[in-house]
Design a protein around this ligand. Sequence first.
Ligand SMILES: Cc1cc2nc3c(=O)[nH]c(=O)nc-3n(C[C@H](O)[C@H](O)[C@H](O)COP(=O)(O)O)c2cc1C
Length: 215
Amino acid sequence: MSINMQSYRKSYEKSSLDEHDLAQNPIDQFQKWIKEAEVSNTIEEVNAMTLTTLDTNGYPRPRVVLLKKVDANGFYFYTNYDSKKGKAIEANNKVSISFFWPALERQVIILGTAQKLSNEESEAYFHSRPKGSQIGAIVSPQSSPIPDRDYLEKRLEELTNAYKDKEVIPRPAHWGGYVVRPYSIEFWQGRPNRLHDRVEYLREGETWIKQRLAP
Ligand SMILES: Cc1cc2nc3c(=O)[nH]c(=O)nc-3n(C[C@H](O)[C@H](O)[C@H](O)COP(=O)(O)O)c2cc1C
């Protein structure tokens, strides 16, 4: 039986946004919102974000990755550099990131450029992960076609045995992080009657300007 999505109606009434009350710096504003999402205890994986890259045919490709850090440099995530997203970023490092926190009726959209993290930084994060995740990163040729599920299970077993008595699992060179340096960040707060609040920050040199956008 199909569902009737046309009759779905939701009035957004939880909060509002006044551009004059928002932080001067959008990173500070983002830190405030993600903290509020976390302490609301209503959202699983508050750090799950949709990262969109453009492939070499010009097709945008979205997928979810996890935000692992945010600071003045931008938004950090980790992945396989040989994956579809890794290859796309190699050819065109302009990306977008978006968050949707339904219980708070909030969306954030970030445009920016992705840069690889230093080996030291990727190394430090790789070794902070559980051993199983470290081995998983070696096992999976992310985004490449594989014959079947067994292929992964066998490689996992082989590598788990190989590293059984080893303290340190070497980070594969194809696994590491990126930081997305933002160029624009939009904060969206749902409001009644579809008259939502949208405030966009645009980078101008080392400062940011804010503007309200029509919903
Ligand atoms: C909740 C969630 C979190 C994920 N986190 C990551 C992540 O941090 N890094 C990653 O490479 N893939 C992550 N994935 C898997 C990606 O969505 C995607 O399948 C994978 O990175 C391959 O994408 P690509 O082929 O477009 O490069 C996550 C998926 C979900 C649903």
